[in-house]
Design a protein. Structure first.
Lengths: 352, 308
């Protein structure tokens, strides 16, 4: 008996939603094997990963804290991915957003004004956009591959962060630690739930998801993004400018990542530290795909991926599992998702 | 004194460039067959930890290098299964391979942090390696350096001069035509992808066994991506990739020496140089749209599904 893939007449809508579910189940099955081979009790490990973090109010709040940057970044990235614009440098754009917004908080230290936080947000968005504008410019002007340029800029951004906190921005009273001083209270995001770190970033991310949904479904830009991605030739016949779409999607992705960055430093972290993000910019790529490049899907996928981060921390504390398990988890999930996506366009036939 | 310093600097440039040569030349073969594998970074880092772990456990450098190659190939096999049989998007799958590889290597490498490896044995021909200047430069390296040069010669010859190389290029230029005259498109691509994995794994092995003979999480530090940029820079030609790799190795080492000599530029700014240089070089080479389209394999990044 042999397996054959047979093309479907039209893409299966059921499988668009079914494939992430299949991928999650397969990832769980594979992780049972992984934990067993690491010599830990697989059932206990999965419990530590996925059940324990959600068993307290604090855990649930923490889940939303971690989902905030993931959802924000993935919203921007999924717009680009729809148009075949591959911005994979969100980690760098996040860093620049954190530096621009956080830099403003340090420069205006002690100025108590209700305008400070909005200004920091604007600076963060501008910082992320500026960093994303480099690959956009090089792509549209010199035809340079945006995958490679946006990724190279991640390393440049992280080195810039390192330079600033080892040099000019280092806290003079910080015992020589490479950290900035703590932000003033007026430059910190308001906490929504006492006793947790849940801040206003989460509702902002949800609101942006709703806005993006309307934009993609109802606005001409959303339509153009989809056509440029699905049928480039049709798009150019219709007079849609590929250059314009490249700019819009990269700036949107960069701006969203920059906002996520400033929210991280003004929210849970409260200062500029050497490692601002545990790879949110890269994980957001998985979130975008898992969420089917759709704003609503991105919110759910963001929560799921946030759970892998949170579970990784729990498993590290309670079971002494290395934190890297999270990365393996995330990678496996994306593998299985991409593999099951074949069921959208093909059906499996057994040929005797 | 200055001669000694120059020799030492050139030696480190060679050590720093060899991983890039391996990874870039392997990716050229994969891309020539029409497969864009963006997972070079992931294959390299898994190759690095595979080689390092084997080296520490067995103490045998030969086994270590082989394990590096095998680890890279295993990663490439995952990529091949997904993109060639399950027709997944090559860009997304390559990214997944990198994310997975970085996680997996950190997980395995967890127990090897802080251990050092003795390094690879160096060629030492009495009387010849001791010659001033050219002695150590030509006859004083480990086997991987020589293997990297051999691989460039071999791949250049294979792609240009052999029938199989021609078939591989045909598959990369037009997979439908190649299929219709009877070439096994999927098989050829799988072999090319696996070769890319072996080479990326060897590149990783160079890093963890020779360049910095110890395991550091994320130690490839973007070299896999630089190798991808080198392929474009080299217009898919092995010899140009070789020189490109040495250019980047040179920049990396020169900025390291500048840091050591206490140049008044902060070390972080100097460390940005290789990445900025990559962007500059990419811009210069891709400016010419016509030339890019002429050089790139026409079916690069496109899935093939035989109907009927």
């Amino acid at each position: 008996m042999a397996l054959r893939f047979e093309a479907r007449g039209a893409a299966s809508r059921a499988m668009v939603l079914g494939s992430p579910a299949i991928a999650v189940v397969l990832t769980l099955a594979a992780s049972l094997v992984m934990f067993a081979s690491l010599g830990t009790d697989p059932v206990r490990a999965l419990q530590a990963f996925f059940i324990q973090p959600l068993s307290s109010e604090r855990g649930v709040a923490e889940l939303m804290v971690k989902a905030t940057p993931l959802v924000l970044i993935a919203l921007g990235l999924s717009m680009g991915f729809r148009a075949n614009v591959w911005n994979i440098g969100a980690e760098g754009q996040l860093t620049l957003g954190a530096l621009a917004g956080g830099g403003l908080a340090l420069a205006l230290y002690g100025h108590e004004s209700p305008l400070l936080l909005p200004l920091m947000f604007a600076a963060g968005i501008a910082g992320g956009m500026a960093w994303a504008a480099i690959p956009a410019f090089l792509k549209t002007r010199f035809n340079t591959n945006e995958i490679l340029t946006s990724l190279m800029l991640v390393y440049v951004a992280i080195l810039l962060l390192s330079y600033l906190i080892h040099g000019p921005w280092r806290d003079p009273d910080g015992f020589n630690f490479p950290e900035s001083r703590l932000f003033h209270d007026s430059a910190r995001l308001p906490v929504l739930l006492q006793g947790t770190r849940l801040h206003i970033g989460w509702p902002i991310a949800l609101a942006l998801a709703a806005t993006t949904w309307i934009l993609l479904a109802r606005h001409i830009i959303g339509f153009q993004v989809r056509v440029v991605g699905l049928a480039p030739a049709a798009a150019s016949f219709a007079g849609f400018s590929r250059t314009r779409i490249t700019w819009i999607t990269l700036l949107a992705g960069g701006g969203a990542a920059g906002l996520a960055g400033v929210m991280e430093v003004a929210g849970p972290i409260g200062q500029i530290v050497p490692v601002i993000s545990p790879g949110y910019g890269f994980t957001a790529i998985i979130v975008a795909f898992l969420g089917r490049l759709h704003p609503v899907g991105v919110v759910f996928a963001g929560l799921l991926m946030a759970l892998t981060y949170l579970g990784g921390e729990y498993a590290q504390i309670t079971m002494n599992l290395p934190n890297a398990v999270t990365g393996v988890f995330q990678g496996m999930l994306l593998f299985f998702l991409l593999a099951s996506d074949i069921l959208i366009r093909y059906r499996i036939r057994f040929v005797p | 004194m200055t001669i000694d310093f120059l020799v030492a600097a050139l030696m480190t440039i060679i050590t720093a460039s060899t991983p890039l040569v391996f990874a870039a030349v392997g990716e050229i073969v994969a891309e020539k067959s029409g497969v864009l594998n963006l997972g070079v970074e992931g294959m390299m880092i898994v190759g690095a930890i595979g080689a390092f772990a084997t080296g520490i456990v067995t103490g045998d450098p030969v086994l270590a290098v082989l394990a590096g190659a095998a680890s890279g190939a295993l990663m490439a096999f995952i990529f091949g299964c997904l993109t060639l049989w399950l027709l997944s998007n090559q860009v997304a799958t390559g990214l997944a391979l990198t994310i997975f590889g970085i996680g997996l290597s950190a997980l395995v490498g967890h127990q090897f942090v802080g251990v050092t490896f003795a390094g690879l044995p160096k060629l030492d021909i009495p009387g010849i390696t001791d010659l001033p200047f050219i002695g150590p430069l030509l006859f004083g390296h480990d086997a991987l350096v020589y293997l990297s040069v051999v691989s460039v010669v071999g791949v250049a010859w294979f792609l240009r001069r052999t029938r199989t190389g021609l078939a591989l290029r045909a598959v990369g230029e037009n997979h439908d035509a190649a299929h219709s005259i009877g070439y096994p498109v999927i098989m050829i691509r799988l072999m090319a992808v696996l070769f890319g994995g072996v080479m990326a794994g060897l590149g990783g092995a160079c890093l963890s066994l020779a360049y910095t003979p110890l395991w550091i999480e994320n130690m490839t530090a973007g070299r896999g991506w630089i190798a991808l940029a080198l392929v474009v820079f080299a217009s898919w030609r092995p010899w140009r990739a070789f020189f490109g790799a040495y250019l980047f190795g040179g920049i990396t080492i020169i900025q390291l020496h500048a840091q050591g000599l206490g140049v008044a530029i902060p070390s972080q700014i100097l460390s940005m140089l290789p990445y900025i240089a990559t962007i500059v070089v990419l811009v210069l080479i891709s400016r010419d749209d016509v030339r890019m389209r002429f050089n790139a394999p026409a079916c690069l990044g496109r899935s093939f599904h035989a109907t009927g």
